[in-house]
Design a protein around this ligand. Sequence first.
Ligand SMILES: *Cc1c(COP(=O)(O)O)cnc(C)c1O
Length: 308
Amino acid sequence: MANLHIETPFIQSNMMGGKLNGDIWLKLDAVQPCGSFKARGMAAACQQFLDEGATSFVSSSGGNAGLAVAWAGRLLDVPVTVVVPESTKDRPKELIALEGAKVIVHGESWVEAHALATEMGQDGAALLHPFDNPTIWDGHATMIEEIVQTEVKPDVIVLSVGGGGLLCGVAKGLENAGWDDVKILAVETDGAASLHGSRIAGKQITLDKITTIATTLGAKRVAEQAWDLVKSGRVHTHLVSDRAAVDACARFLDGHRILVEPACGAALAAVYEGCEFLQDKQTIGVIVCGGAGITQAQLSLWQEDLNL
Ligand SMILES: *Cc1c(COP(=O)(O)O)cnc(C)c1O
């Protein structure tokens, strides 16, 4: 079956690299139909479950993963239920419902919502994990295949990390392409440093709590595979503040006319700030992962809160 995600543009940016020496190239996955790169991996996982005979999908992500499952389910004509905690804002619920999925609000936090989704999974629905599944990584890896086609070979790929699904997918794509010499800069916000914290601790850690406005990056523990990549020295980690991530969203909106979540702004901030690790790189590829959970009004509120 044909892919559900679209092939996205890979364009050079002449307005982001003021503090860097190299050329900046942007992989614009913000333009995927469901608003983020999750289109790739979640659709791949949904298709696999469908091939294996699934008749319904369930997700416990009120964020871009849940939205991607709702979107993929609509295209595949498979009913989708997304279980979200009471803390989920109206906007994501509306977007998920707009894709024709059923939204169930259950429990105080993601843990309770996920427990119900797991129960539904045991009752026959295919349960879609948001990041920890090799099929998802294969789906995400297609963005690297597309970059390879352009014959622009970056020295480094800059990306955001939540649970590490995007990271694992990009690493897999680079491996498939034989681009083992391409470095990866994995960026998190201060309050969601589950990968960076693991690197510093020298072992895989679980965060007590998430304290960032980039809630999309809020995985308390990354996929084991993501930690393995860091352990092997394949991946460099970097932290930015919420303030820098939000500022990057505003600058990116002005510069490239695309509105992205702070989760994506984190990776962009590393470029705008001129992160040390990028200083000696000639060609810098940036995954503009997107995110549908943002409005212009919300961005303005964050800017005010952070005195930007
Ligand atoms: C899911 C998501 C991330 C983090 O991806 P992981 O695979 O969890 O590391 C970053 N940005 C956006 C917009 C996302 O939707």
